[in-house]
Design a protein around this ligand. Structure first.
Ligand SMILES: Cc1ncc(COP(=O)(O)O)c(C=O)c1O
Length: 324
């Protein structure tokens, strides 16, 4: 991120913090003297285009041209590692299933989150150690589960009773994470209506897994893609850890994994808080977790979006009354 955009992100984070302290849901508008965020983005894109000599690329390849800058994946991974040093990174493969990206993530020492057979095929072709990957799709066929197991995956996700019996007969080194649903209507992409069990119904699902002889390693959630305030993570982490403590006491079991999913935002047309500000509060919330827990993240957009630029030709422009 350029210093100008980074400075704006910092100011945005400060405003959100001030607004939430004042009990207001809406952050204040940016100060009038600032250039609009879109203008800053435009300037940053122009500088980036000059840096990568986009004009020469366009002369060679024409438009539309999709430019993949894998170094930016590594830069984002470094930011994650620096700001959340104790978490294990599992790149959400579906966000950019490209061999060059797989290599960059693997070379960095991070692992992968997969949700389909095609993603495992890709990782296998690129020589990734599949045993470190997570399979996070809460709805699978028995063949998906068995095939993934045979290829090395040991950790899966469930969010319903019906899914549990599909694990019957697999060796005891299989474990599941129970996916919780935390609705987040403010986010660009709220996944909670599609996936996850409500926290108040999670105990029954864990008990069902235990009765079926399926080991529950812990919990996972996704607060929604492009989440621009830390509140949803703080609440979800706090509630999940309380649930884990309660279930450990009630059943005499020990969980070992807390997966806080993806959702980390990137600046498009609107400013987003600086990642270091989000991460600082996430670290504080995670301080409640027992040290024996491994904490996982599954970033998709945060690693992929900055690496992708689409160059297209503008054929014509006009201004319409509705502003669109
Ligand atoms: C299970 C899971 N993990 C991680 C991600 C990545 O989310 P994001 O791109 O918001 O980081 C997704 C996105 O759909 C997901 O479904």
């Amino acid at each position: 991120m350029s210093t100008t955009l980074a400075a704006r992100s910092r100011r945005f984070a400060d405003r959100v913090a001030r607004a939430s302290r004042a009990g207001s849901a809406e952050p204040a508008e940016p100060p009038a003297e600032q250039p609009p965020h879109r203008e800053l983005v435009r300037r940053e894109l122009a500088a980036y285009a000059a840096r990568i000599r986009l004009d020469a690329l366009l002369r060679t390849h024409g438009t539309p041209l999709f430019v993949l800058d894998v170094d930016r994946v590594t830069t984002q991974l470094l930011a994650l590692r620096q700001e959340l040093p104790d978490v294990q990174i599992h790149f959400a493969t579906k966000s950019l299933p490209h061999p060059a990206v797989v290599h960059a993530v693997d070379a960095f020492g991070a692992s992968f989150e997969v949700a389909s057979r095609g993603e495992i095929d890709l990782l296998e072709r690129e020589g990734v150690a599949i045993g470190r990957c997570l399979h996070t799709h809460p709805v699978k066929t028995v063949a998906d589960i068995t095939g993934s197991y045979l290829r090395g995956i040991r950790t899966f996700v469930v969010d319903s009773h019906g899914e549990v019996s599909k694990f019957h007969g697999l060796p005891s080194d299989v474990a599941v994470l129970v996916r919780l649903s935390f609705p987040n209507p403010e986010v660009r992409c709220d996944l909670s209506s599609k996936f996850g069990v409500a926290p108040e119904r999670a105990a029954a699902l864990v008990e069902h897994c235990l009765r079926a002889g399926l080991r529950v390693a812990g919990f996972t959630f996704h607060v929604g893609s492009q989440t621009v305030s830390v509140g949803p993570w703080m609440r979800a982490i706090h509630r999940t850890l309380a649930l884990m403590r309660r279930l450990e006491r009630a059943h005499g079991i020990r969980f070992d994994t807390l997966d806080i999913g993806g959702g980390f935002p990137v600046p498009y047309d609107e400013p987003v808080p600086e990642f270091s500000a989000l991460a600082r509060d996430i670290r504080a919330a995670l301080a409640e977790a027992p040290s024996r827990y491994r904490v996982l993240v599954e970033p998709g957009r945060f690693l992929s979006a900055p690496a992708m630029t689409l160059a297209t030709r503008v054929v014509g422009t006009t201004e319409r009354a509705d502003g669109c």
